[in-house]
Design a protein. Structure first.
Length: 258
């Protein structure tokens, strides 16, 4: 009996190998065990700029991965508030960057993965803000169903779950991913997805925009009973939130068995 989600590693391995073999990969390399950076990431970001929902957004959450750097830059250039979950969610909750005081050079610097946490303001659990659209990375995605495979660390899912828990986003909040055209697949088994797996509404590649019209339910919050203790211990905000729930209800949510 394979463990739930173990089938994803076959798709990841195939995709990482393909990206390296086809000469699509950009630094950091090798792309294995990462959200792969790819040639044409900037063009995929430009497709995001064409979305009416993006143009009308004021607060945009963008993952800290390398291929989404241009999305972070255009978000600042168009005077939107950029929110970036710290890598691995190990530090704080979100870094927020207001573009009003940044020069063009600082926007370029801040859009880099390491720059945003340095120049941004860390938000805590009590922060009151609303995210209009989320842009995330993927290893592989099915544009026909919206099913997505990430690196396997669960960081995107946890970031989404925390935002849902705090009612900063809801079911209708648009989830977009930017990938290379070669990262599109049609063999992600929807029936094997778990409740915390995050589908996407729109896929932007260097050449196309796909509206998935996904029927896959989005996670409704944090699924404590499947959260492994080692992951819980690495994410400070989860420990803070669990303690708070325990104080309010008299009982902390139970975690998954070790």
């Amino acid at each position: 009996d394979e463990k739930p989600g173990a089938w994803k590693w076959g798709i990841r391995k195939r995709m990482w190998d393909l990206i390296e073999k086809k000469g699509i990969a950009l630094m950091p390399r090798p792309v294995h065990n990462t959200i792969p950076n790819f040639r044409g990431a900037g063009k995929a970001a430009d497709k995001v700029l064409l979305l009416p929902e993006y143009r009308g957004a004021q607060f945009v959450s963008v993952c800290p991965d390398a291929p989404q750097r241009q999305v972070r830059f255009i978000t600042l250039r168009h005077m939107k508030v950029l929110l970036v979950p710290p890598p691995g969610l190990k530090k704080g909750f979100y870094a927020v960057v207001s573009p009003t005081y940044l020069s063009f050079y600082k926007m370029r610097e801040t859009s880099a993965r390491i720059g945003t946490p340095l120049l941004g303001k860390e938000l805590g659990l009590e922060s009151d803000f609303r995210v209009d659209i989320l842009v995330i990375g993927s290893v592989a995605v099915d544009p026909g169903t919206g099913a997505r495979v990430g690196v396997g660390h669960g960081t995107e899912e946890l970031a989404y779950a925390l935002l849902r828990h705090k009612k900063i986003i809801d079911e209708s909040t648009l989830v977009v991913t930017t990938v290379h055209d070669k990262q599109l697949v049609n063999d992600i088994p929807v029936d094997k997805l778990l409740p915390y797996d995050l589908p996407v509404d729109i896929v932007c590649t260097p050449n196309y925009i796909y509206h998935t019209n996904t029927k896959i339910p989005k996670p409704t919050g944090i699924y404590w009973d499947v959260l492994l203790p080692d992951k819980y211990l690495r994410v400070n905000v989860l420990r803070e939130l669990r303690e708070k729930i325990g104080q309010e209800t008299g009982e902390k949510p139970k975690l998954a068995p070790t």
